[in-house]
Design a protein around this ligand. Structure first.
Ligand code: PRP
Ligand code: ZN
Length: 284
């Protein structure tokens, strides 16, 4: 059994659950429990506050964890990053009242900065030779300047709407962050390592399929070369005969961002009956 520490609620929770579900991991339905086993895969989930996840992995309470890089770097625990997961993207930024006159990071000299990330902030300030007063608060950091508690803040920015509604403006992006899979620095036993390998294999397949579509279409034989020329071939597409020998069926995988340009080009050269399907997993 491999124990995975995950966030119990908050910015990472939903996408973490989605990733595990896409990897075929189903949970036993239990409410309000800290530790929930899977009913079809040898893992159990330990639900924690994101702040506690690095320590739970470093101490061995959990074998691996899914948490924001921001928490990993702030907590400075003995953990290793196994792989980035590509979701819950955000950044740790410095922000100041929007009307303040800002010309550069020197602005923060002698200023008071409210944050829940004192370690990352003090490293950044030291690197930039800025002497500022760090005021640690654990939540609602964004209201500190408005109530006169600080001159600026250092906090997570995602959509930016929290800053806007507090009349703040982002002036320095210090750390881009996203969810990462972390593990301890000691080797796992063979059984756990095998479970982790299978999990990583599945995550790879889910990630590979993300933003990709399976596309099928009917093509007149005489237009086949023109159609194949349009398809950006990772590998050569599948071409199947149809009952009417003047036609064939072409199957391929397209990146979502190229989908509509491709479809229009395919229609223009005579492809018809174009079907676009979702791909759940893709093993290369
Ligand atoms: C963070 C941060 C802001 C908000 C920014 O809090 O403290 O309040 O997100 O997001 P936005 O740019 O999309 O408005 P979070 O929700 O992560 O809660 P936390 O304070 O418990 O970490
Ligand atoms: Zn938190």
């Amino acid at each position: 059994m491999l124990r995975i520490a995950v966030q119990s609620k908050g910015r990472l929770y939903e996408e973490t659950m989605e990733l595990l579900k896409a990897a075929g991991i189903k949970l036993v339905a239990v409410k309000r429990t800290l530790l929930v086993p899977s009913r079809n895969f040898p893992v159990e989930l330990l639900f924690l506050r994101d702040d506690d996840i690095p320590d739970s992995v470093a101490s061995g309470t959990a074998d691996i964890g899914i948490v924001g890089l921001n928490e990993v770097l702030e907590k400075k625990k003995d953990v290793k990053q196994i792989r980035p997961l590509g979701f819950s993207k955000c950044r740790l930024s410095l922000a100041i009242p929007k009307e303040a006159d800002y010309k550069g990071v020197e602005w923060f000299n002698g200023k008071k900065i409210a944050t829940s990330y004192p370690e990352i902030l003090s490293d950044f300030l030291a690197k930039n030779n800025i002497k500022a007063d760090i005021h640690v608060i654990s939540g609602s950091v964004e209201i500190a300047p408005g109530i006169g508690l600080a001159d600026g803040i250092f906090d997570i920015v995602s959509s930016g709407s929290t800053l806007i509604s507090n009349n703040l403006r982002e002036v320095e992006v210090v750390l881009p962050s996203e969810a990462v899979l972390i593990g301890g620095t000691n080797d796992l036993d063979d059984e756990k390592q095998a479970i982790l390998n299978e999990l990583l294999f599945r995550i790879e397949a889910v990630k590979e399929a993300e933003n990709k579509k399976y596309v099928l279409m009917n093509v007149p034989r005489e237009k086949l070369q023109a159609v194949l020329a349009i398809l950006p071939g990772i590998k050569s597409p599948t071409v199947l005969p149809l009952a009417d020998e003047n036609w064939c069926s072409v199957h391929t995988v397209l990146e979502e961002k190229k989908l509509w340009t491709c479809i229009n080009a395919l229609k223009a050269v005579g492809a018809t009956g174009i079907l676009v399907l979702n791909i759940e997993e893709m093993v290369l």
